[in-house]
Design a protein around this ligand. Structure first.
Ligand code: LIP
Length: 267
């Protein structure tokens, strides 16, 4: 059922809308005057997060009226099982966006029957558009991408710090990061989980974990990693959930088992 959605025509229109959403981000003015707080520690949202989400919801509804929507900036998050659902983070890396760090992305995934079946992540600062369809491969700007073949000892680790609930997670986050850091080549913290998952999919990094993320953070990146030959699941090995947030571990094939063993020792 999912192989035919979105159709090639719909996909072209969706990707055009995602690029336009990126233009809304990069043309934003006075961002720091448009910031408000959300529940949690230093959890921010800007008027541009809301503007991009509204734009994508309305535009994609015209392109694919058969689909439902779940967006980070909604008050209530409901994932229907019986139809395709766009799962959207309008600006992933909001703090980076507020501080003009040029590492924020538009992330649009499609979940159908509880699985990610299509996804696109666009970094408008680097003009990098990552995309994948289940069974169709993964691409960066229409060029095929694949995870690296580096083992744990040569792996570059991306870490997510779950800052909004740092009080309950920081010790485990830093324990896992330290344990992996002592065995791999180094670690990075970009501030955008969606971008971290895509850099893993194209072989620039090799491992990623974050103790809690929303489905909008990882939905698109998950199908892109899977189609690029990598693996992504919860820290205990369970499949990702899209009806709620969950912990995320992603890897290339070569470093997966050794890294997961080290990580699970710290759970
Ligand atoms: C962010 C993620 C990041 C994570 C933050 C937040 P947001 O997404 O991309 O990796 O550490 O807690 O979830 O909130 O900027 O869309």
């Amino acid at each position: 059922m999912y192989r035919n959605f979105p159709s090639p025509q719909q996909e072209a229109q969706i990707l055009c809308a995602i690029r336009r959403a990126g233009e809304i981000m990069t043309s934003a003015l006075e961002v720091q005057d448009a910031v408000s707080a959300k529940p949690g520690t230093r959890n921010y949202v800007t008027a541009y997060d809301v503007k991009v989400q509204k734009y994508l919801f309305s535009t994609l509804a015209e392109i694919a009226p058969e689909a439902a929507f779940l967006g980070e900036e909604e008050d209530v998050h409901v994932l229907p099982e019986d139809k395709p659902c766009f799962v959207i983070d309008p600006i992933d890396g909001t703090l980076n966006f507020i501080r003009d760090l040029h590492c924020s992305c538009v992330s649009v995934g499609i979940v159908w029957g509880g699985k990610a079946v299509w996804g696109a992540v666009y970094n408008p600062y680097t003009k990098e558009l990552f995309r994948a369809r289940k069974g169709g491969g993964a691409y960066l700007n229409d060029q095929p991408i694949h995870v690296s073949e580096l083992s744990l000892e040569d792996a570059l680790l991306s870490v997510g710090s779950s800052p909004y609930i740092r009080e309950t997670n920081w010790e485990k986050t830093f324990a896992i990061a330290s344990s992996l850091f002592l065995r791999c080549s180094d670690f990075r913290r970009s501030g955008s989980a969606a971008y971290d998952l895509c850099t893993l999919a194209c072989g620039r990094t090799d491992l990623f974990f974050e103790l809690i993320l929303g489905p909008w953070d990882y939905c698109a990146g998950a199908i892109i990693i899977e189609e690029a030959g990598g693996s992504i699941h919860q820290l205990d090995g369970a499949p990702l959930r899209y009806d709620t947030g969950c912990p995320v571990f992603a890897s290339n094939a070569a470093s997966h088992d050794a890294a997961l063993r080290l990580l699970q020792e710290k759970l």
